[in-house]
Design a protein around this ligand. Structure first.
Ligand code: MN3
Length: 249
């Protein structure tokens, strides 16, 4: 291939990518008021839908960058949605039971689909929880019953954050760090691997959680998971966290 042919091929590819970006990204970009990159192809249709964020992709800047939010939502989370809609064809209950109900007792998932259902339904539940917890607004510090519970279980807010961060830093590979109300009714920091949720451990409530998969932070923070975790606290909506504690699972 000569240089001119090569250049033509490259320009053709760029044009094709541009066309895809316009077609695939327009609805979400309009909805989010964001000019960030496009979603990949639409997920297979079915009962599972990608829940919209309650804010724009750029809303959590500078703590979480726009492109990370866009890719994380439109590609990573959307991939779970597509896989779940495919899995409904193999296990009909998946389309009718609530995700939390299923994830509290993953042993009830038929063995033939248990692995993929756990991964994809867990991923859907975890990410939906994560998007809802973060906000550019809301209370900036824990208050009321949640502050009292944090002080009672950890001593103070800083010590609670240290323990959640340590759970996230100590998670080898991919997973999540959580603040939960444990079986004894105390607040506790914990971690789950992969897309496992805390629900199956018998917790009474999931108060907050942070994604520590590299895709959640690598574009901005690269290998510095600790920097991401420290900064992430600026995105927490403490009103929502208090609501999560009161609501339970
Ligand atoms: Mn993720």
């Amino acid at each position: 291939m000569n240089r001119r042919q090569n250049l033509k091929l490259m320009l053709g590819s760029a044009a094709a990518l541009g066309a895809t970006a316009v077609a695939g990204g327009s609805a979400l970009a309009q909805q989010q008021g964001s000019a960030a990159p496009a979603a990949t192809a639409a997920a297979p249709a079915g009962p599972f839908k990608l829940p919209p964020l309650g804010y724009a992709y750029e809303a959590l800047e500078p703590h979480i960058d726009t492109m990370t939010m866009n890719i994380h939502h439109t590609r990573h989370h959307n991939a779970f949605i597509g896989n779940l809609n495919t899995l409904v064809g193999k296990w009909a209950d998946l389309g009718t039971k609530s995700p939390a109900e299923i994830m509290k007792a993953p042993g009830t998932i038929p063995e033939a689909v248990r692995g993929p259902v756990r991964n994809n339904l867990g991923g859907h539940w975890n990410h939906t929880f994560f998007w809802d917890l973060m906000t550019p607004g809301g209370a900036q510090q824990p208050a009321g019953d949640l502050l009292a519970a944090i002080n009672g279980s950890f001593g103070d807010v800083a010590k609670m954050k240290e323990q959640v961060n340590a759970a996230g830093l100590g998670r080898f590979g991919s997973g999540w760090a959580w603040l939960v109300v444990d079986k004894d009714g105390k607040l506790a920091a914990m971690s789950t691997p992969n897309q496992d949720t805390p629900l199956e451990t018998g917790v009474k409530a999931v108060v907050l959680g942070v994604d520590v998969w590299e895709h959640a932070y690598y574009l901005k923070y690269q290998n510095k998971r600790g920097d991401y975790l420290n900064t992430w606290w600026n995105t927490v909506n403490w009103d929502k966290a208090l609501g999560n504690m009161k609501k339970g699972v």
